[in-house]
Design a protein around this ligand. Structure first.
Ligand SMILES: Cc1cc2nc3c(=O)[nH]c(=O)nc-3n(C[C@H](O)[C@H](O)[C@H](O)COP(=O)(O)OP(=O)(O)OC[C@H]3O[C@@H](n4cnc5c(N)ncnc54)[C@H](O)[C@@H]3O)c2cc1C
Length: 303
């Protein structure tokens, strides 16, 4: 109840207060902050996927700026010898405005990353983007095999069909690389499972399908039950450790993250940075089960 109230109040809270709670999920506002966090994670045997924050862009000059920032980021992480990939949100490059422009911008980023032996993952946004982002992925996968991946969301009823289509598209090459997450956007019940039980059940059905069909899964969750379910599937199908990885978000469940690393499995942490931190932070705050308590306490002390 209190959580729902705080979620409803979030848009009205001063940005400064949102930053106080949201900054734990962000490496910082500048590229050097993301580099620092990534180097630290690498020191703990953890890879990173670096993400420049910003989405749903409509202005061409801003889109050009973001593309150049990604190209800079790729140069910087290669020159610093960091162990990381990159995550991109296609709406940052005008996906909903002009698909061809978006493709050209993303292509430049993926081409540069691929030429330096690096990997780019296309994040999945809300359902107005699902088909468009899958199309982008297929196009780029043909051009840069082994250097590009996609995200699918277990809350969507269509995800198993999308996985089947990707297997057909792959034609046995074993190149399909999918980060499987629960999904963060508020989707209608016709399209998405709404209860935690159904989402979790679907997650494990999707993951089981991926293991049986030679799709490389990036198992992106902080849910202990799903991680245990993933361990069971890995043992059942005797999957080699280089055919999957776990992923978690920066600032979330570091203890659980350590326990996965200690088992000897590959772990990659999503490291977001940049000035456009607000939308990402509020999404994370809404997911934090203790958020209502932290914010209520802060408001009482501030008062
Ligand atoms: C690497 C990565 C990339 C992602 N990329 C995408 C994407 O492209 N598209 C998309 O729609 N979604 C993406 N997500 C978000 C995802 O869809 C979920 O919204 C998010 O991961 C929470 O789901 P969960 O599986 O951790 O389960 P939950 O049931 O939400 O969480 C399990 C437990 O983790 C802890 N926890 C979770 N979130 C928080 C938090 N913010 N603060 C503190 N504790 C927390 C709590 O203890 C909670 O009980 C990504 C997630 C990860 C890990």
């Amino acid at each position: 109840m209190i959580n729902r109230l705080i979620v409803a109040l979030l848009p009205y809270l001063p940005k400064g207060l949102v930053w106080v709670f949201g900054k734990r999920y962000i490496a910082g506002k500048e590229l050097k902050d993301a580099v620092e966090v990534t180097a630290k994670l690498n020191g703990q045997k953890i890879k990173a996927t670096m993400d420049l924050l910003g989405e749903f862009q409509t202005r061409a000059e801003k889109i050009g700026y973001y593309k150049n920032e990604y190209l800079k980021l790729i140069d910087e992480s290669v020159s610093k010898n960091l162990d990381n990939s990159f995550s991109v949100k296609p709406t940052m490059f005008g996906l909903l405005l002009d698909e061809d422009m978006c493709y050209k911008n993303l292509r430049e980023i993926v081409a540069k990353a691929a030429s330096l032996g690096r990997f780019v993952r296309i994040d999945m946004e809300d359902t107005q983007c699902t088909d468009r982002e899958l199309n982008l992925y297929k196009q780029l996968l043909n051009e840069f095999p082994g250097h590009v991946g996609i995200v699918l969301q277990a809350y969507l009823k269509r995800t198993l069909d999308d996985l089947k289509e990707l297997v057909e598209f792959d034609q046995g090459r074993g190149l399909v690389n999918v980060r499987l997450c629960k999904g963060i956007y508020n989707e209608p019940a016709e399209l998405a499972y709404k209860s935690k039980n159904e989402i979790n059940q679907n997650y494990l059905v999707d993951l089981d399908f991926m293991f049986r069909n030679n799709i490389y899964p990036a198992i992106a969750t902080h849910d202990k039950k799903l991680i245990t379910g993933a361990y069971e599937l890995i043992n059942k199908y005797k999957i080699k450790p280089d055919r999957f990885e776990f992923q978690m978000l920066y600032g979330v469940t570091p203890g659980l993250r350590r326990s996965v690393v200690e088992k000897g499995y590959n772990m990659r942490v999503y490291v977001p940075y940049g000035n456009d931190w607000y939308n990402y932070s509020t999404r994370r705050l809404k997911e934090n089960p203790h958020m209502a308590w932290h914010i209520t306490k802060a408001l009482i002390y501030a008062g």
